[in-house]
Write a protein that binds this ligand. Structure first.
Ligand code: PMP
Length: 449
């Protein structure tokens, strides 16, 4: 029973594993974009288990492939070959531009970024790594140093965690901008038009140069960027900003890493990878979440030169990386994205969704900004547009909870948890967007009463 679940959660699960909602949801079943709780209530999943269920919960084709593979072979470890790993590597590499052709399979986004950090250091023979304010790249001890958003900022004592002696070579670039005035860098965007209208690029480039030139951050090994900052509340950069930042890092001998953990696999609609929408070519691409539609798997893709330089420095290994079941599922996910035209659906339904939700900005003074691309959207809540102060957490929580009670699951993000994050499975329809819109609007009206 539900009460026993709560007891076990309290007694036997770590308190760092917090749950959404005052009365956490106990989910029993999923079908495509819908989830069902223990009492049979259904919820439209507008967050995909944190931007992960790319093609739909229990997608029949993916499930059938997984079941078939389970009957055949579960595990070998990467020291033995098995066809599903090689088939997957072949398929995935075909989706990346030259010279990004060498794949290392791992199990989570954090692991992928850890490995990317080691590759950057091995290749450049430098130590310093740069990530942006507001970044989220994982929570392993290494990647926690890269992460810099809201609740994930660590307070571990010095010497035991990141932003301390364990990884002292990580520096913050500028960015991290959201709509709120309390944000470390405030976005200059005052309307909900595309970020192309931002005039701020020059200012951020100057700040970025300052970071690169600080006396400590001199030997740049690598620069990490999410094509759109996800956990920070779907925050976009001014046009051309990443392109110039990449050039500056390369001038100093560093490599550029695109963290596609949230933005890859067609979610942004216009392109298969987020970096393509910035017209940049990274040296290393990391991916996880949507890659396995919820099955744990992740990958790092890089150039032959970078891959070779790592091999000279260390013998890296992962017991489960490239697992037969994960690779079979990964292949099925790629096939479904293609067969069902899901990237195009992200583009079409995403554009429809953004236009529709952007209208709420005019109707409600507590909506500061509605932004995004494809099926990744952020709705930033403020006390009012004049003050641009984040809406207090308790109020955001209430709206969040009310949406759930009316059958809609949305995510949260931003430095103050002030932004609703929307990222449904890519099979979502316009009709379902209409339903989500009505629910979200009703929750806002209820809040204003
Ligand atoms: N990078 C990004 C952009 C992410 O959003 C996340 C997870 N939220 C990670 C890395 C870490 O992935 P994981 O939780 O699988 O370690």
């Amino acid at each position: 029973p539900y009460s026993r679940v709560l007891e076990i959660h309290k007694e036997n699960l770590s308190p760092v594993q917090t749950a959404y909602f005052q009365k956490p949801l106990l989910l029993h079943q999923g079908h495509m974009e819908w989830l069902f709780d223990s009492e049979g209530n259904r919820y439209l999943d507008f967050f995909s288990g944190i931007v992960t269920v790319s093609v739909g919960h229990c997608h029949p084709k993916v499930t059938a492939v997984a079941q078939k593979q389970m009957d055949r072979l579960w595990h070998t470890s990467s020291v033995f070959f098995h066809p599903s790993m090689h088939e997957y590597a072949d398929k995935l590499s075909a989706l990346l531009p030259e010279p990004l052709k060498v794949i290392f399979l791992v199990n989570s986004g954090s692991e992928a970024n850890d490995l990317a950090m080691m590759m950057a250091r091995a290749y450049s023979n430098h130590t310093d790594i740069i990530s942006f304010r507001g970044a989220y790249h994982g929570c392993s001890p290494y990647t926690l140093g890269l992460t810099n958003v809201g609740i994930y900022k660590t307070q571990l004592p010095s010497g035991m965690g990141c932003q301390s002696t364990m990884c002292p070579d990580i520096f913050r670039g500028p960015w991290g901008g959201s709509y709120c005035r309390d944000s470390p860098v405030q976005t200059v965007r005052k309307c909900s038009c595309s970020p192309d209208c931002c005039q701020a690029k020059e200012q951020y480039i100057e700040q970025f140069k300052e970071t690169l030139n600080t006396s400590v951050a001199k030997s740049i090994a690598g620069f990490f960027a999410e094509p759109i900052q996800g956990v920070n509340g779907v925050v976009q950069y001014p046009k051309e900003f990443l392109k110039e930042a990449f050039a500056l890092v390369r001038e100093r001998g560093g490599v550029c890493i695109a963290d596609e953990v949230q933005t890859g696999f067609g979610r942004l609609g216009s392109h298969f990878w987020g970096f393509q929408s910035h017209d940049v070519l990274p040296d290393i691409v990391t991916m996880a979440k949507g890659i396995g539609n919820g099955f744990p798997m992740a990958a790092v893709v890089t150039t032959p030169e970078i891959a070779k330089s790592l091999a000279k420095c260390l013998h890296h290994f992962s017991t489960f990386g490239g697992n037969p079941l994960a690779c079979a599922i990964g292949s099925a996910v790629l096939e479904v994205i293609k067969e069902e035209n899901l990237q195009k659906n992200s583009q079409e339904v995403g554009t429809y969704m953004l236009l529709k939700f952007a209208k709420l900005r005019d109707e409600f003074d507590i909506i500061g900004d509605v932004r995004g691309k494809g099926l990744m959207m952020g709705i930033e809540m403020v006390q009012d547009k004049m003050s641009r102060q984040p809406l207090p957490k308790t109020e955001v929580n209430q709206i969040h909870e009310d949406c759930k009670d009316m059958g809609l699951l949305v995510g949260r993000g931003g430095n103050f948890s002030q932004t609703f994050r929307i990222a449904p499975p890519m099979c979502i329809t316009k009709l379902e967007v209409d339903f989500a819109f009505e629910v979200f609007r009703a929750a806002l009206i209820q809040h204003m009463e």
